[in-house]
Design a protein around this ligand. Structure first.
Ligand code: F6P
Length: 324
């Protein structure tokens, strides 16, 4: 298939580094003789024709900015066949021959369905703070968010020490514990409660069983977000069962998604963005461009979306041993 014009969009929860990826896709494509069109507000923009041609200036001075200049959305309409029909009509009207989609699991699922249905070359870039996409060692935004969390926990530690308190700090990650486990290691937290490790109750028992605050001024437990048992749930349990302890909760929330991307995220986004255009030139379609052991890899959407990215169990052991 002859590709002249490439459309680019960001979708789902934003992540620091998305702008650097938009810049890399745009500039690499222009360098290699393609036209580029920016699609605003994710798949909703594709449905509604919210499309603007991009020049190299369209992406000037954005490499260091958090968020996404293209805006983002989780489109309900795109989940319907009628919505995707409208999106396809926009592609035809705008002369867009291929799509680069920057987003997480749901966004790449949409790209796969759309690509299959309308025979459109779609390339995905792993844009999510959760780091939960299979086939890539790291996702765009994960490193920045990890650093943001560690910065927050360092600050919480100061006040926790002063008041000799136990803090339950809730972090994002959806169903994955990468942010929780690694931020716990990096901030010297006493424990992490993550979905990948046995049952949540066991993890709390384990932490308590070791003897809270026997020799420490404070304790910090990083808790992976969960609709049923987040940080508030654990704090309530400890308050009830151990009224002698002074317990507080800090839910970090969307502060974790903002901010200027780290150098690592900017480089990752730049390399993957360039990789997306190379993938299209290679005749690839329906793949996510990822990075494995420093090498660019093409991961079929079906694997990136459906295979489980495993959290290395030795990370649990490391935290356990270092937090005695
Ligand atoms: O997938 C990214 C993420 O930030 C998750 O960690 C979190 O569960 C979710 O998005 C929050 O979504 P929203 O921005 O809709 O509140």
């Amino acid at each position: 298939m002859n590709i002249n014009c490439i459309g680019i969009l960001t979708s789902g929860g934003d992540s620091p580094g998305m702008n650097a990826a938009i810049r890399a896709v745009t500039r690499t494509a222009l360098c290699k003789g393609f036209k580029v069109k920016g699609i605003y507000r994710g798949y909703d923009g594709l449905i509604n024709g919210d499309v603007h041609e991009f020049t190299t200036e369209s992406v000037s001075n954005i490499i260091g900015r958090g968020g996404t200049i293209l805006k983002s959305a989780r489109s309900k309409e795109f989940m319907t066949r009628e919505g995707r029909e409208k999106a396809y009509q926009t592609m035809q009207r705008e002369g867009i021959d291929a799509l680069v989609v920057i987003g997480g699991n749901g966004s790449l699922t949409g790209a796969k369905t759309f690509g299959d249905e309308f025979n459109i070359p779609c390339i995905g870039l792993p844009g999510t703070i959760d780091n939960d996409l299979y086939g890539t060692d790291i996702t765009i935004g994960y490193d920045t968010t990890l650093n943001t969390i560690v910065d927050c926990v360092d600050k919480i530690r100061d006040t926790a020490n002063s008041h000799e308190r136990i803090f339950f700090v809730e972090v994002m990650g959806r169903d994955a514990g990468f942010l929780a486990q690694n931020s716990a290691i990096a901030s010297g937290a006493e424990a992490a409660i993550i979905p990948e490790d046995s049952t949540d109750a066991d993890q709390l028992e384990h932490f308590i069983g070791r003897g809270i605050r026997k020799s420490k001024n404070s304790s910090i437990v990083i808790v992976s977000e969960s609709p049923k048992c987040g940080a508030l749930f654990y704090a309530d349990r400890v308050k009830k069962e151990y009224p002698q302890y002074d317990v507080r909760v800090s839910i970090l929330g969307h502060v974790q998604r903002g901010g200027s991307p780290s150098a690592r995220d900017r480089i990752l986004s730049s390399v993957l963005g360039a990789g997306a255009i190379d993938a299209l030139i290679d005749g690839q379609r329906n793949v996510m461009v990822g990075i494995k052991n420093g090498q660019i890899v093409y991961v079929p959407f079906v694997d990136a979306i459906h295979s489980e990215k495993v959290l290395r169990k030795e990370l649990i052991k490391v935290l356990d041993e270092l937090s005695i």
